[in-house]
Design a protein around this ligand. Structure first.
Ligand code: NAD
Ligand code: MG
Length: 387
């Protein structure tokens, strides 16, 4: 029986994780879970899977729940997240928190010898240089939940790392894949939130439309698979059937395919190296699909991708600036305070204004993340770029 802490249980990945666990109760047990502010959904999940340790974001919510559920332990805030990520009986922490907030609990979980199933890509983007050595030092497993990275991981099973020639990350292209730069000027939040293939949280859906998501994934791949940026290629694949590929020295390309369903990579991260039936999962019929399309991304139209390669290659504190500025700009767009193209503009401005440091410590990262967010807020305050 694998004992799991699920961080971000009320989110898109979190709820799908609960679904996977419910279908394999003989294999997995959720020991602890965290939610942000969606207490109503948290209570529903609490009733459906009996979990004793629960962390919420606010003290008031913790007190409310404590009065209502006498047989559970409640925690709150960053400290609470760390407590439930390091409980002695837990084997694996599935981190499905969105954004920089996922970093500290991941680091503490590793130090407590927990395996990590990682959906929270921002953790690796910002602090890959701290996380990867920590994973090695504590001898824990770091298993990707992101579908592309799960595909790459699966395509590397049994292969020799030295034989890899490149990674090919596929991208759906997001909600605006077919729009011109001119058309992108006036797109709305509602349009951006309509992803063609996946139903996901708001932040990542906007990131998919800007292609910052793919940019973050390029950096995530660099850390997970120890490859150079020159050996990571992005390929637009509108159908989201080929989840990514690995090319080897002998020109062979190995890919993982499947219908777009996040429960598969979630489940694989939990069952690895074994596989289990995916209850309710739709089987792939290539005969029904008939044709798959692939084309190279236009780096001029998708500036975010170019910025991400630049930040990744620069390394040090630059990915943290890109990530922090993007999180802030993404939230401002969702809040209808800025236009769609302002997101990449503000991220680029933050990168240009940043005083770069090599190998930032955790304390420096916390500071730089805050600096990037404040920089974006300040610039927007000075601007007139209302949607
Ligand atoms: P979501 O917004 O649906 O859920 C986020 C969860 O984190 C919620 O439970 C929320 O309450 C919690 N949360 C948010 N901010 C928090 C904070 N400051 N402190 C504590 N908890 C907080 O997001 P999602 O779409 O499930 O994505 C989660 C992560 O997984 C992201 O890093 C995303 O990039 C990654 N991911 C998601 C998908 C997907 O299909 N949704 C696919 C690949 C990777
Ligand atoms: Mg992905």
């Amino acid at each position: 029986m694998k004992k799991i802490t699920v961080l971000g249980v009320t989110g898109s990945i979190g709820t799908q994780t609960v679904d996977v666990v419910k279908h394999h109760r003989e294999e997995f047990e959720i020991i602890a879970m965290s939610a942000g502010r969606n207490i109503e959904l948290l209570e529903k999940i609490m009733v459906s899977v009996h979990v004793r340790h629960i962390c919420v974001q606010n003290k008031e919510d913790k007190e409310y729940l404590e009065n209502k559920y006498k047989d559970c332990y409640f925690y709150y805030g960053q400290e609470g997240l760390i407590t439930i990520a390091t409980l002695p009986e837990v084997d694996v922490v599935l981190n499905a928190i969105v954004g920089f907030a996922g970093l500290l609990p991941t680091m503490e979980a590793i130090k407590a010898h927990k395996d990590i199933a990682l959906a929270n890509k921002e953790t690796l983007v910002v602090a890959g240089h701290l996380i990867i050595p920590l994973v090695k030092e504590y001898g824990v497993a770091l298993l990707p939940v992101d579908s592309e990275h799960s595909a790459i991981f699966q395509s590397m099973n049994g292969e020799h790392h030295g034989d890899i020639s490149k990674i090919i990350l596929t991208a759906s292209g997001g909600s605006f894949r077919d729009k011109s730069r001119e058309e992108l000027k006036n797109v709305t939040v509602e349009q951006a939130l309509k992803h063609p293939n996946w139903s996901m949280g708001a932040k990542i859906t906007i990131d998919s439309a800007t292609l910052f998501n793919k940019g973050l994934e390029v950096m995530e791949a660099k850390w997970l698979f120890n490859v150079d940026y020159d050996d990571i290629e992005v390929l637009i694949h509108p159908e989201s059937i080929v989840h990514s590929m690995v090319e080897y020295q002998d020109t062979s390309v190995i890919a993982q395919l499947g219908t777009p369903d996040m429960r598969l990579p979630i489940q694989y991260a939990l069952t690895y190296p074994r596989r289990q039936p995916l209850i309710g999962g739709k089987r792939l019929s290539l005969a029904d699909i008939g044709t798959l399309h692939f084309y190279a991304p236009d780096f001029k139209r998708f500036k975010a991708l170019e910025l991400a390669y630049e930040a990744g290659r620069k390394g040090g504190s630059m990915p943290c600036v890109l990530n922090g500025a993007n999180e802030q700009a993404n939230a401002l767009f969702l809040d209808r305070k800025i236009c769609f193209l302002d997101i990449e503009r503000l991220v680029e401005e933050a990168m240009r204004a940043h005083e770069w440091v090599d190998h930032p410590s955790l304390d420096q990262l916390l500071e730089i993340d805050q600096w990037a967010r404040n920089y974006v807020l300040k610039r927007v305050g000075e601007d007139e770029c209302k949607q």
